[in-house]
Design a protein around this ligand. Structure first.
Ligand SMILES: [Zn+2]
Ligand SMILES: [Zn+2]
Length: 327
């Protein structure tokens, strides 16, 4: 089969690799759409020691099942493979499983290829009228959905009257903003400094703020979809007394938190990682029902041109918040 193989920092080769083989309790999925994630970019730049070359990246994928009980079904893939037996898995928080694996990290190859082997339980069927490209957005959108759900649960007061700010207008930030709206939050602003990203945000109807126009203590709910020291500092400044910060991005591991203000103003900070299996399914339903909007802000490119797509994103030439590669 053909695959886009990460062979070293800023190097990708479209080449033949051995065919994927389904293990016990696994089926093969013929990949139709596979999105490029910020974490793929991170690995591509050689910054992720958990993803050494050579490796097939990509974990946001949709396709058709071959074999097993779901044979022939159109599905989107939950890429987190977990043990099913630990306390976290049994309590519905499989994303915290100590044995979790994700495709695109050894021992599991990623989805920038034609076939991927997955446990059947990781596959969520999609309606016939939902495109594979939109179905491949389930993974990144589920990250925002999960953060928004946890943040709203921690909020004192009604979601409907809350004022929310999302920091970062890439796919994660935009997804979080769309999830906030789907959860009934009417007032959603997005802080984004890159003008290339404004059209997609405007198209979705969000108010856009610059880094210096975020008001102090103006928001009950702040989602940091970037995760640098500077964005955490903005989140700590922008959140109201008693408010909630939901943290998805992890650009930098430390810095930026104003612990004094968080303590004296009783600000809740929630670290979030991916999504629970229930959040993933809820996100697929929301995509299918249109609750997350038309989702036509992604751009597609042939998998064979994947190296160019990565270069364009790297050089800041890509306006679309999400690029989907098509084998
Ligand atoms: Zn991702
Ligand atoms: Zn587990």
């Amino acid at each position: 089969m053909k695959a886009l193989v990460y062979t070293g920092p800023e190097q990708l080769e479209f080449r033949d690799v051995p065919d994927a083989v389904a293990g016990t309790d696994e089926v093969l999925v013929r990949i139709h759409s596979s999105g490029i994630c910020g974490s793929d970019m991170h690995a591509y730049l050689g910054h992720d020691e958990r993803r050494p070359a050579p490796l097939i990246l990509g974990h946001e994928a949709a396709g058709t099942v071959v074999g097993g009980a779901l044979d022939g079904k159109r599905v989107t893939i939950n890429p987190l493979v977990t043990c099913q037996t630990c306390t976290h898995c049994r309590s519905g928080r499989a994303n915290l499983c100590a044995k979790r694996q994700i495709i695109s990290m050894q021992p599991r190859e990623g989805a920038f290829t034609e076939w991927v082997a997955m446990p059947e339980r990781n596959l969520v069927a999609i309606p016939d009228d939902l495109s594979f490209d939109k179905a491949a957005l389930a993974e990144p959108l589920a990250c925002g959905w999960h953060t928004v759900r946890l943040s709203i649960e921690a909020l004192h007061g009604e979601a409907g009257t809350a004022k929310a700010l999302v920091i970062g207008g890439g796919a994660i930030g935009l997804g979080a903003a769309l999830a906030l709206r789907a959860f009934g939050v009417a007032s959603v602003s997005v802080a984004e400094t890159n003008p290339l990203r404004w059209p997609a945000l405007e198209q979705c109807g969000f108010a856009i703020l610059g880094a210096d126009t975020v008001p102090d203590a103006g928001f009950d709910l702040v989602i940091d979809g970037v995760g640098y020291a500077a964005t955490r500092a903005t989140a700590c400044r922008a959140v109201t007394a008693g408010g909630v910060i939901g943290h998805i991005g992890l650009g930098e591991s430390t810095g930026g938190l104003d612990v004094r203000r968080m303590t004296l103003q009783e600000i809740t900070f929630i670290g979030t990682y991916t999504y629970t299996p229930d959040d993933f399914r809820a996100t697929v339903s929301a995509i299918a029902s249109g609750a997350l909007g038309s989702l036509d802000w992604m751009q597609t490119m042939p998998l064979a041109l994947g190296a160019e797509a990565f270069q364009d994103i790297r050089a800041g030439r890509m306006a679309a918040p999400k690029v989907i590669l098509k084998p």
